[in-house]
Each structure stands twice: as structure tokens, then as C-alpha cells.
Write a protein that binds this ligand. Sequence first.
Ligand code: HEC
Length: 107
Amino acid sequence: MRRWLAALAAAALAAGCGPPTSGLSAEELWRENCRSCHGDDGRGDRARRALAPRLDLTRSPLVRGGQRGPIYQRISYGYATMPGFVHKLERGDLELLTDYTLGLGGP
Ligand code: HEC
């Protein structure tokens, strides 16, 4: 069912009626906006992780639990010392990054 919905969403995006995006891929968006703190693999660096354990997104309960809504909210409006991106990125970009973040949780 979820796969079916994803295919439908992808078709809607391809048809140009999805939310606006900057046209960048999720990887490009990640590299430009998230990597400086969360690293390439989403784990952040060790020293900073000691102060903010949630910097390690691969171990985040939200990511592991597939909590799409709260993850989208945190990326959009920020969380603790993390800035929000709602004024910087398009809505479609935020959704791509939400999916990308969910993918960091592993199986
Ligand atoms: C300036 C550094 C910084 C940047 C840039 C940044 N983050 Fe964060 N992010 C953090 C920190 C620090 C935390 C954890 C806060 C804490 O534990 O106090 C966090 C938390 C999160 C969380 C919540 C995890 C949870 O379990 O609650 C998500 C999701 C997230 N970041 C995704 C992103 C994405 C996607 C981007 C890029 C659009 C991004 N972050 C950019 C520093 C950053």
C-alpha cells in the first residue's frame, strides 16, 4: 500500500502537480544543508554527538520508528540547537529530505 502511494506521489511530481522543489536531488540537498552537522552518513561527529546524542540520526527513535510527521516538523522548524529550514527550502525539498532521513535508519 505504501509503495503504491509512493508511486502515485512520484507520478504526481513528474506531472508537475506535486509540491514545489528546487530541482536538487535529496543527496545534493543533504550535502548542502545537513552534512556540516550530521555528516555524510547521518551520524554526526563523535565530539558533537556527546553533547547532542540525537545528532546521530541513524539511532534516532523517530527515524527508526518511521515517524515521518515529526521528522518533517523538526527539519522544517528546527530542534534544540538545529535551525529550521522552512524559510530556506521548498516544501518538496523538505519532503525529499524527510525521506532521505528516514532512509538513514537502516532495516
Ligand atoms: C547546525 C547543525 C545542524 C544542521 C545544519 C542540521 N542539523 Fe539536524 N540536528 C542538529 C542537532 C544538534 C540535532 C539534535 C538536537 C539535540 O539532540 O539536542 C539535530 C536533530 C535533527 C533531527 C531530529 C532527530 C530526533 O531524533 O529528534 C532531524 C530529523 C534532523 N536533525 C535532520 C536534519 C536535516 C534533514 C538537516 C538538513 C536539512 C539537518 N538536520 C541540519 C544539528 C543540525
